[in-house]
Design a protein around this ligand. Structure first.
Ligand code: CMP
Length: 502
């Protein structure tokens, strides 16, 4: 509860409470005025509080007078009971708001205790106030002795009391709290939104509200994914027998552990579930930071596995009915690939000075890799001996600033990255993340070395780019700019040294 809300409630409590107290204090004066001033005008005189004095001998007896007086007396007694109860309710509501209001947002545990406590106080207060107005009525024997009253109340409140007691048992046991994910068989799955004395509100994954009464809930077996707990999920897939299980374990684990919402605290477990008819049947078990998003995370995990398999040439197995055997000479497929890569390399400005033969040689050793949106292609601080040319899509270059990663540049089709580590042997200066599905050509050091030896101008062009990017990184990090200013020449010489060029 916010401070302003508390102030509002306090103001209401003071104003309303004062009005009720004022009216309550005025009632006896009003009663007195009616008995001593108002009614005597009509010949009704009183000998004591609501006690009619015997009529004067001369006046005709009014037969209805005692009934009216009794009615008036009851009216004032009931008015006093109602006003006093209004005061009690106002005080109890305000006090319980102050006591339980704050806890409510987090756990809702206050809600039930508050309701039960309030009801008990109301019953006691009513008994006392009623007894004060009607001392001759024995409330205790009226309630305890009346078997019919018990049966009537019992039948009428059967469900309500059932819910209340089941709710009390739930609160004592606390099998789940607000924010936990619960699955109730045949009813639904969702996040607990509130727990009250009547039942539980669950927000389903279709954003609907599922209301289940406590008494029904008490009879169900419920699966709970507590909010603060590391809950796990299992995702299944299958691969062809030809794929190495060790490699599959490695690839899937690496792909899954970096997916969003997958907990970093426990390493995902990848294991073969079955040696199936169509292939190896696998399961990957992973833990989630936020369990309520498990549907999205399962989907992301499957997506990451697909992309990783594409890159690593691991194939999914699936039952096939029709087999199309396509006979295509191995040689032709290879040539097609080289031609495609050569064509792509020809579009890159820095490779323009290369002869056709050199481009073709580079193309032969280059590998095509596809990355999912959000997937890191290189990570800051890691060693790197390959550079990448973007042939489709775009990437974000991110560096660590303070405690978080900040995007410093976006590179698009025909741009290149990863050249700094490749050329100087230093760790990766930035993390490069695919901004959309991105296809890159990976070129490694051994492939580029002979090209450098034959093309000094290519080394110079790349070192200029390296220096430009270093400058940008230095500007972002002022301390290093004070201590280190290598300059373009220094980049050039360090590239030459690293590659053993003259
Ligand atoms: P490398 O250090 O090997 O790995 C991270 C890559 O991010 C780096 O090579 C560059 O290719 C690229 N990079 C670093 N800083 C920038 C920048 N400021 N602008 C564009 N690309 C950059």
């Amino acid at each position: 509860m916010s401070a302003s809300e508390l102030q509002r409630k306090a103001l209401f409590f003071i104003v309303f409470g004062s009005i009720v107290v004022a009216v309550l204090a005025t009632v006896p004066f009003f009663e007195h005025w009616i008995q001593s001033v108002f009614l005597p005008q009509f010949g009704w005189n009183f000998s004591g509080p609501w006690q009619l004095a015997p009529p004067e001998a001369s006046a005709p007896p009014d037969m209805m007078a005692p009934t009216y007086v009794a009615l008036l007396e009851h009216f004032f007694r009931l008015l006093k009971i109602i006003l006093a109860m209004a005061l009690v309710i106002t005080v109890v509501r305000f006090v319980t708001h102050v006591l339980f209001g704050r806890a409510q947002g987090k756990r809702e545990i206050g809600s039930l205790i508050r309701t039960v406590l309030s009801i008990v106080i109301y019953i006691i207060a009513f008994a006392i106030i009623f007894q004060a107005q009607y001392p001759s009525v024995n409330l205790g024997s009226l309630f305890a002795g009346s078997a019919i009253f018990g049966i009537v109340v019992g039948l009428a409140l059967q469900d309500t009391l059932g819910n209340l007691f089941a709710g009390i048992a739930l609160q004592a046991d606390q099998p789940f709290l607000v924010g936990d994910v619960v699955n109730i068989p045949n009813r639904g799955t969702g996040v607990v939104e509130s727990v009250s004395w009547r039942g539980v509100k669950i927000r389903t994954f279709q954003n609907k509200l599922l209301l289940i009464s406590n008494s029904v809930l008490g009879k169900e077996s419920i699966e709970v994914g507590p909010k603060g707990n590391l809950n796990a999920r299992i995702v299944n897939f299958s691969t062809l027998y030809a794929n190495s299980p060790a490699k599959t374990v490695q690839v899937v684990r690496d792909a899954v552990r970096v997916a969003e919402n997958v907990s970093q605290k426990i390493r995902p477990i990848v294991r073969i579930r079955n040696l199936g008819e169509g292939g190896l049947e696998w399961e990957v078990k992973y833990w989630l930071d936020d369990y309520s998003k498990y549907n999205d995370t399962d989907a992301l995990v499957r997506q990451r596995i697909w992309y990783a398999f594409q890159r690593e040439k691991i194939e999914f197995s699936y039952p096939t009915r029709t087999i199309h055997v396509e006979t295509k000479p191995q040689e032709a497929a290879f040539d097609d690939r080289i031609n495609t890569v050569t064509e792509r390399l020809n579009n890159i400005t820095i490779f323009a000075p290369l002869s056709d033969e050199e481009t073709a040689r580079l193309a032969k050793s280059a590998r095509i890799r596809v990355y999912a949106p959000g997937e890191a292609i290189v990570r800051m601080g890691q060693e790197g001996n390959s550079m990448f040319v973007i042939t489709r899509g775009s990437v974000d270059v991110q560096v660590l600033q303070g405690t978080s990663m900040k995007v410093v540049n976006r590179l698009r089709e025909n741009d290149f990255f990863g050249e700094m580590s490749l050329l100087t042997g230093e760790p990766r200066t930035a993390t490069v993340v695919a901004a959309e599905e991105t296809e890159v050509l990976r070129i490694n050091k051994t492939a580029i070395k002979p090209i450098f030896e034959a093309n000094p101008e290519l080394v110079k062009a790349i070192s200029e780019m390296v220096e430009e990017r270093r400058e940008l990184l230095r500007n972002l990090n002022e301390e290093s700019s004070e201590t280190e200013k290598p300059g373009e020449r220094r980049v050039l010489s360090s590239i030459k040294r690293f590659f053993g060029l003259r």
